[in-house]
Design a protein. Structure first.
Length: 438
């Protein structure tokens, strides 16, 4: 009988197998830098949020959670699938036709600017209903300003980070992550002490603004080396790629973040301790993101390589990369999530002590969905974006049904994410497997 191997040992064996390939050494180099960047950045954010959850009361932290969910949902309408668009096409054209690569980025910057201006205008028109209905606040001026700034800065940061991944500039990501992490560790807790959740929002805004500026300087420098400027005309080819590829990706995102925000809104309107429940959920989601740290960075590092392989029509090598990356992602998620789940009663702050099962369910969800994005990316690089977009529909239906049928507050949302995550992961895997077997 064979001895049972631990997830850590299997993970080490898979990484050793990957190192044997020249192609994957390139992948691991980018992964290494990006993981360092994200680890420092996320550790600092996690530390600052951990501190803030103990500095402010449950309702105040709940308001910050509502603000974070609102920004995440609204960001979908300004990024418009742009991050995946640059992941997909900049690696393909940066070497042979850099003018197409920079045109894709210009188009995304234009769409982001127009989308941001439109949403900010709506926020100011509906300032009072937003402040009263979501935050239970009478005053709205400063709140709307901070929401608008946070939305714009985070949108730029998301797009620029994707661009640096597409350019395989891991070193710049690491340096910027270090700077942003140090800033967030200082500014967010200080803001919480003096100004409550509004101060926390201001700290995030300042951090994301600095991050975006540092990203932009490096991107501008990289394209200048290729004789390209960020300000210029947009080719018809870029528009065509947006409508054929970016738009379906946007439709997928259109469901994901707003549906998650809607699930929280349902709890906000129905549960007697709504702000505390939303606060507990968003606090637990910080650890959900931490459990998926390695998986997320592997996806970002693998996407440029997968795009290159798809462009070269090397199906066997692409299949091998998808399988190895998916295996490592699941094992890494197990290694990260299990300790957090076991320590859930200790990890939750005193104001959310009774909601520790929410964290346990979200850790199980992290393991279930850990390979989901690499399956999505595998389908995207072979131009099966419609399959990826439609896979969000059953996820959304199952999440909203769970939240509507069971009035357990944050736990209902966590259970809905687990059930929906199982369904979507299975759907993506079967779709990708069908293509692999051709």
């Amino acid at each position: 009988m064979k001895a049972r191997r631990s997830p850590q040992l299997i993970l080490q064996e898979q990484l050793s197998a990957l190192r044997s390939s020249a192609l994957t050494r390139r992948f691991l180099k980018l992964l290494g830098w990006s993981t360092v960047a994200t680890f420092v950045d996320r550790a600092a954010v996690l530390g600052s949020i951990f501190i803030c959850a103990r500095l402010v009361d449950g309702e105040e932290f709940g308001r910050w959670g509502v603000a974070q969910s609102a920004v995440t949902a609204m960001q979908v309408f300004i990024v418009l699938g742009g991050a995946v668009l640059v992941y997909r096409f900049i690696p393909e054209f940066i070497g042979k036709a850099p003018y197409i690569a920079v045109s894709v980025l210009r188009l995304n910057l234009l769409l982001l600017t127009v989308g941001w201006i439109s949403i900010v205008a709506l926020l100011f028109v509906w300032a009072t209903p937003v402040a009263d209905g979501l935050f239970h606040e009478a005053s709205s001026g400063l709140l709307i300003l901070l929401l608008s700034g946070w939305l714009g800065a985070s949108g730029l940061s998301t797009l620029f980070q994707a661009t640096l991944f597409a350019l395989e500039d891991g070193r710049s990501l690491a340096v910027t992550g270090l700077v942003a992490g140090l800033l967030s560790m200082i500014l967010i807790p200080v803001g919480a002490i003096y100004f409550g959740y509004l101060g926390m929002m201001g700290g995030v805004l300042a951090t994301e603004s600095v991050r975006s500026v540092l990203y932009l300087k490096r991107i501008d420098s990289r394209f200048a080396e290729l004789g390209q400027k960020l300000i210029g005309s947009i080719t018809r080819d870029a528009w065509r790629r947006f409508f054929r590829f970016g738009l379906p990706v946007f439709l997928q995102s259109l469901l994901y973040a707003p549906v998650l925000a809607l699930a929280q809104f349902i709890v906000l309107r129905r549960h007697p301790n709504s702000l505390e429940e939303i606060g507990a959920f968003n606090y637990s989601m910080i650890f959900f993101s931490a459990a998926l740290l390695v998986a997320g960075k592997m996806n970002q590092a693998a996407m440029p390589i997968m795009s290159s392989l798809a462009a070269e029509s090397t199906t066997d090598r692409l299949t091998g990369v998808v399988q190895k990356v998916a295996t490592i992602q699941v094992l890494a998620a197990v290694v990260m999530a299990l300790p957090i789940a076991l320590l859930a009663p200790i990890v939750m702050p005193p104001s959310y002590a009774e909601q520790w099962p929410v964290l346990v369910v979200l850790m199980a969800t992290a393991i279930v969905v850990s390979a989901q994005t690499v399956f999505s990316n595998g389908l995207l690089v072979i131009n099966r974006q419609v399959v990826v977009a439609t896979s969000v529909v059953p996820w959304a239906i199952l999440l909203l049904l769970t939240v509507s049928m069971f009035e357990f507050g944050a736990l209902s949302i966590a259970c809905g994410l687990l059930i929906g995550g199982l369904a979507r992961t299975a759907m993506l895997w079967f779709a990708l497997r069908r293509w692999m077997m051709r």
